[in-house]
Ligand binder design. Sequence first.
Ligand SMILES: Nc1ncnc2c1ncn2[C@@H]1O[C@H](COP(=O)(O)OP(=O)(O)OP(=O)(O)O)[C@@H](O)[C@H]1O
Ligand SMILES: Nc1ncnc2c1ncn2[C@@H]1O[C@H](COP(=O)(O)OP(=O)(O)OP(=O)(O)O)[C@@H](O)[C@H]1O
Ligand SMILES: [Mg+2]
Ligand SMILES: [Mg+2]
Lengths: 256, 256
Amino acid sequence: MKKVIAIANQKGGVGKTTTAVNLGACLAVADQNVLLMDIDPQGNATTGLGLSKNDSDANIYTAIMGGEIYSDMIRDTAVDRLKAIPSTTDLYGAEIELVTFESREQRLKNLIAQVDDAFDFVLIDCPPSLGMLTLNALCAADSVVVPLQTEYFAMEGLSQLDKTIDGVRRAFNPKLKIEGILFTMVDGRTMLSQQVIKEVRGYYGDIVFTTTIPRNVRLSEAPSHGKPIILYDFKSKGADAYIDLAHELIRNHKSD
Amino acid sequence: MKKVIAIANQKGGVGKTTTAVNLGACLAVADQNVLLMDIDPQGNATTGLGLSKNDSDANIYTAIMGGEIYSDMIRDTAVDRLKAIPSTTDLYGAEIELVTFESREQRLKNLIAQVDDAFDFVLIDCPPSLGMLTLNALCAADSVVVPLQTEYFAMEGLSQLDKTIDGVRRAFNPKLKIEGILFTMVDGRTMLSQQVIKEVRGYYGDIVFTTTIPRNVRLSEAPSHGKPIILYDFKSKGADAYIDLAHELIRNHKSD
Ligand SMILES: Nc1ncnc2c1ncn2[C@@H]1O[C@H](COP(=O)(O)OP(=O)(O)OP(=O)(O)O)[C@@H](O)[C@H]1O
Ligand SMILES: Nc1ncnc2c1ncn2[C@@H]1O[C@H](COP(=O)(O)OP(=O)(O)OP(=O)(O)O)[C@@H](O)[C@H]1O
Ligand SMILES: [Mg+2]
Ligand SMILES: [Mg+2]
């Protein structure tokens, strides 16, 4: 039974894509079958995996609009057991077009239901907004991984995201829960990082992942080579951290 | 005659808000009268200036929807000559609601026309998307400042933003031009930063500001004190850089 996880936070630049790509790759090397869906029109997860956007007439946009997904939309990546559905610039129009659609928030959920049950995890990389695309991801997901930069503005946005997740749980998706809050780009030397971590762990307790992701330049270099960190530099601190995260996530689901 | 400048980039976390707040404050201390409009529902520019969101029944959202702006929506800040129109969480709904509105992309422009001509600059902080709110800002603006993190994903998004600006110029706002591309959070020691700067300067030439903004932890600490950098730590490298930027912008407009 596949576990659907949205990687979401409306705050921009907090490490959503970096987490989607590298958590996906690390789960795959830990023998999990993973599908990564890139529903951000920016398509950063797509290029981060070395794939090109799918601007043909059968892509994730036409699937969301038309209600049907085709197996050739699912691409292989450089990592065994990691497949991906690339983004398309057509998605820029989806935020607006979905507004007047029938059951506009359940379209992604209906698509994922059509996808092979052999996947253990389906990860969804979301754009930096709380519009129709992120709403679709939250309605389709069993849980949400919330990447959080240890900075003031990022922390400020957390309560709004929490409210939105609550709202989606009540109105559309009763099973939705927070998989975990993940501290990203952590520079342990700064007072700010320490304060944010203390405040968020204090308020959210066990919902915060034990694993934290350090700021590591190798993580920001890897996308220009179209590779996840474990293929670009598996000895780096960034690779260690995402491998730890994958193991923590698998442990959390052992009991399922 | 007030100059309207949108601070925009759909890539998240590139320094839009940090630039809007600190460029605004530095222009004000250089004797310019500045109005900062926060149209991002996150409201980071609002809290970065020490203001609270305006969730009353007369705010920037009701003004955009209703077509009328009131002088009490304009707030004083801790910096002389810098005024601000705070954000509101009501703006989360605007992206969707504006879709079906009459002249939906010109609403912000019509509001700015109602604002006092005594302002030298009107800066608009935009959300990380290319939806209705950013479209409104691009239609209202004379020019766009494009903050650009010197990273791979940020560079990737530049061509999409360029296309969008071209599209707005052709369809809605013939005078729209790029004021400048601003390198932010620059860490000169990394190869990646150097490569991105070389590539972007090579392609965009004079459109790139001479001033670059270094990564400086004081810039990320200042918002938690509700102050622009010149009030939080005017001796910091971050303050120097934004003062330089303000002077470069004023020089560019001297000939107007
Ligand atoms: N741990 C890290 N160390 C160093 N750089 C990082 C780290 N995580 C992410 N980055 C870099 O920071 C930038 C922002 O990360 P990323 O694009 O993954 O965030 P995002 O939340 O997906 O952004 P958006 O809101 O635009 O979708 C990218 O350039 C990325 O390469
Ligand atoms: N030059 C800098 N040095 C260090 N930190 C910075 C710098 N500029 C911005 N920051 C920090 O980086 C984070 C992202 O910046 P900011 O929020 O201004 O970007 P943004 O483009 O407005 O984000 P969004 O897309 O969410 O609106 C913030 O936490 C900010 O404090
Ligand atoms: Mg992303
Ligand atoms: Mg911002």
